[in-house]
Design a protein around this ligand. Sequence first.
Ligand SMILES: *[C@@H]1O[C@H](CO)[C@@H](O)[C@H](O)[C@H]1NC(C)=O
Length: 393
Amino acid sequence: MGKNLSIATISLLLVLASTNAEQVFDVKSYGAKPNADITQALTKAWKAACAVAGSKVVISTGAYKLGLVTLLGPCKGAIEFNLQGTLQAPSDVASFNGKDGWVIFERIDGLTVSGGGVFDGNGQLAWEKNDCNKQKNCNQLPINIRFDYVTNSIVQDITSKDSKFFHINLFECKKLQFQHVTITAPADSPNTDGIHMGHSSQITITNANIGTGDDCISIGDGNQDVSANQVTCGPGHGISIGSLGKYENEQPVSGIRVTGATLSNTDNGVRIKTWPSSPSGVASDIHFEDIVMNNVGNPIIIDQNYCPNNQCSNKSPSKVKISNVSFKKIRGTSSTKEAVKLICSESVPCQQVVLSDIDLAYKGGGGSTTSSCANVKPAVSGKQNPPACINKL
Ligand SMILES: *[C@@H]1O[C@H](CO)[C@@H](O)[C@H](O)[C@H]1NC(C)=O
């Protein structure tokens, strides 16, 4: 009996050990050397790792040049991308041949991206060529890291820096967690959104530190069940739902929770933005809670007339319906006198909007903050500084 038990125990341990063992694929074994281009080495290491169950691609400390790579699944099992060093993108946009991504993770289930390393997009030259302020459908520039059809995965302890366009983009992802991610780009770098997502669900972002030239987080159409906790944001344009209503056939956005964020010196705080003259759409069940604003412009804003650089031809009202939105425990300082702006659509007024425990002081001095409302009657409770809807538009 004792012997049988010990044999059973040993076999169990062996099974556990073999399932835990990760096979390591170091890019060095595929010819990678610091300061050289490792596009081929990484492509080969990824292919080999993807073909076995439970593997890890390692890029150790040092700087490496890297061209566009698509790290494609499905893989045999869970796979880790362990980046300890710094990957440097080509600075010229031409070498991307019109492709919209630099490092692309595609169709992978059970991916871990980790290691403390840096994805450096070298965006300076691309920012100068960015024409999105002149053209609504501007040239696509490469996004630092794309996750397309990635499921049951974790991204932790990595940095994305100076992307040419958005830093991180999610498309059709499910159950993807971001932890301790750092994203940095200068305040004046155009369209360098931190994390943008579309058509994704069950996404969580915790302890992210994001400062860029555009939205820290932007949640586009078709996202469900997204939560962002303990995010610091600034510089940048704030944390945004949208923009929505720019394109035909956009899918609903619902189940969004932003809690415990701190925004500093951003152009906007927490925002829902939809284009005028839009096709119909839906944004509902969106909650912002326990958020600190430090010298933030428009700390609380719903803008259904969103039209940057006046790119809209006719301005009929937005048809994106916004409902069940709450702003709770939002406090700190506003850099604009108008701290609360709820500008909803004339054709589909906002419904079930809640303002609770709002305390926003005007940083500029010269009086207190104000608020404006159009096509919305928010339910208010707790402290209201500024008083809700002083100006009805
Ligand atoms: C509004 O949001 C709350 C909180 O997430 C949710 O429980 C409720 O189901 C939503 N109500 C509607 C009508 O969508």
